[in-house]
Design a binder for this molecule. Sequence first.
Ligand code: FAD
Length: 325
Amino acid sequence: KTISVAIIGAGIAGLSCATRLKALGFTVQIYEKSRGVSGRMSTRKADDWSADHGAQYFTARDSLFIEEVNQWVDTDAAAIWNPRLRVYEAKQWRESVSSEHRYVGTPAMNSVGKHLARNLPIEFNQTIDRIAYNNSKWLLHSLEAGDIEQQFDWLVIALPAPQAQALAKSSDKSIEEIAADANMLGCWTVIANFAEKSDVPFDAAFINDEIISWISRNNSKPNRTGMETWTIHANPQWSQEWIELEKDEAAKRILNCAKTLGLDCDQAIITIHRWRYASGHINCIPGFRFREDLKIGFCGDWLHGGRVEGAWLSGHKLASQIANS
Ligand code: FAD
């Protein structure tokens, strides 16, 4: 009989962990609270536009991850994005000088997650809100479906730190302690759709010392079709400070700032999204948390540098650790 593993969260970390565990001969089952995969590497869609409203691009530095990204590129799940990129600093614009490859999912950011998920069993609309370890088996409870019938030999929690910790709390003290607190910050995001192409002379910009920290023309990414669409991220500290603001008020302040940067959104159709747990990480070697005696592991970006690459590596390494135990 194969060893069974439940994985909570179908973001890049959970998908990476599940893929590797499956390749190593485990039986996996993923539970995801939303309707689709990819978590914060996601895409918001409407009839005539779509926009990556979480992760904007990713880089690849670790050789394992470079190998993985090359496969995504070979299967058209990702591609290099070459934006005309600027930096705004001390109220001055300059060109960004970095030769590092920037990758995006194609045709949308969530294509990477969809690619990873294609052969994995995932139950959607399942918010796991309680876990318990009884007689060497993990039992799960979901908000939507109540007690989950299947029991598991191992449990992987692939959630942002505060959510991982809340779930661990539902179990017992020794497990709660494994999910050390990472102070994650929110991110207010505005998506602006234009009927006409805007004449802003760049495709993306890092902004320093303003409410906004990043703006980008989504349709400058490879294989995007549809309207002229910009994604605007407020900076993490400002977002966290104003996380409880009314959506319209947050948008107003962010759009005022965008105007001073040369992106006038008065004629645009505006969509606003609040990420409660966007960024933050702790120093953790080896990049995941693990308790062999309790047959539980934690993975996610917050344990491995806080980006897409780290999330993938965290899940991958945790799977190898489980297989070696
Ligand atoms: P997540 O993607 O958060 O996955 C967790 C999953 O668990 C989600 O699908 C969630 O729905 C699900 N879930 C939560 N609670 C439960 C529950 N109780 N039961 C079941 N499922 C649950 N990274 C970069 O590399 N480059 C960038 O440019 C970049 N920009 C970013 C901008 C923003 C606004 C944000 C939000 C993030 C950005 N990141 C960026 C970070 C990157 O998105 C993350 O590092 C990475 O996607 C995290 O993956 P993960 O699997 O660890 O977590």
